[in-house]
Design a binder for this molecule. Structure first.
Ligand code: ZN
Length: 257
């Protein structure tokens, strides 16, 4: 007889490879990187890696009491500051409509274009599975964007897909080794963020207007990030960690373990 109340401990996480020099993080909204992944970004920029951020929307529908035009201005500024705190100097906004992002050719094309311009080896996005775990449904924009990232990255490597982009020296780019989805419930890899945890907290705090707008009583950025990071860290034998699901784009590359 097994006790139904005991669940098996989650499996250990393998460390993500760090033998790369350039990554691009492409997510739906300002703040998506800051709910867990930013401390990993701080670790990597601290190693001298170059990382850029691309926001598919400007999060303009994210604050109930704020009209979208004004909200866009505030949230873009907060995201730029938040990125700066973790060593990211380039933040681009693609201008898709917040809340109603559609998976489709237009989004894939926009993603292929930024990938062709930046030529990253690794592309980071947010969890795009249906949920973050039991009882925590994912959001429509996250799902649409993650799927489009996976496809747009492959489109970028095919000169016959979106060929109209290949002008003025822009070339196809097939150099992306993997897409890493932060915060996936299927994460089997992780990054030790113990040393850069505080930078992650500060980068979330930079989203002041957004967090205030959520109206969560007594919300504590550090406490929330500590909860997730400690749980993930336990699976790597470190204090704090961030979990990622690896989608390898190298044929036969498995999950790079
Ligand atoms: Zn989001």
């Amino acid at each position: 007889m097994t006790d139904p109340s005991t669940r098996p401990a989650p499996p250990p996480l393998k460390p993500l490879p760090e033998d790369w020099s350039k990554a691009l993080a492409i997510v739906a909204h300002p703040d998506d990187m800051e709910f867990g992944a930013a401390a990993a970004i701080a670790r990597w920029t601290g190693q001298g890696k170059e990382i850029g951020y691309v926001m598919v929307t400007s999060g303009e529908a994210g604050i109930d009491g704020l009209e979208p035009g004004e909200c866009k201005r505030i949230r873009e500024a907060e995201q730029i500051e938040s990125a700066r705190i973790v060593g990211v100097d380039t933040v681009e906004f693609l201008g898709f409509p917040d809340g109603v992002v559609e998976y489709g050719v237009a989004l894939r094309a926009a993603i292929a274009a930024v990938v062709r311009r930046h030529q990253p080896e690794i592309v980071i996005t947010g969890n795009f599975r249906d949920s973050f775990g039991p009882g925590a449904l994912n959001q429509a924009d996250h799902i649409a964007v993650g799927r489009a990232v996976l496809d747009g990255v492959r489109d970028a490597g095919n000169r016959w897909v979106f060929p109209e982009q290949l002008v003025d020296g822009l070339e196809k780019w097939g150099g992306v080794r993997a897409v890493w989805a932060a915060g996936s419930p299927q994460a089997r890899h992780g990054v030790d963020t113990t040393e850069t945890f505080e930078a992650g907290v500060d980068s979330l705090k930079a989203h002041r207007a957004y967090i205030d707008g959520l109206g969560w009583e007594n919300f504590d950025e550090r406490e929330m990030l500590e909860g997730f990071s400690r749980m993930t860290g336990t699976r790597m034998g470190v204090a704090f960690a961030a979990g990622f699901e690896v989608y390898s784009l190298v044929w036969g590359g498995g999950d790079e373990d």
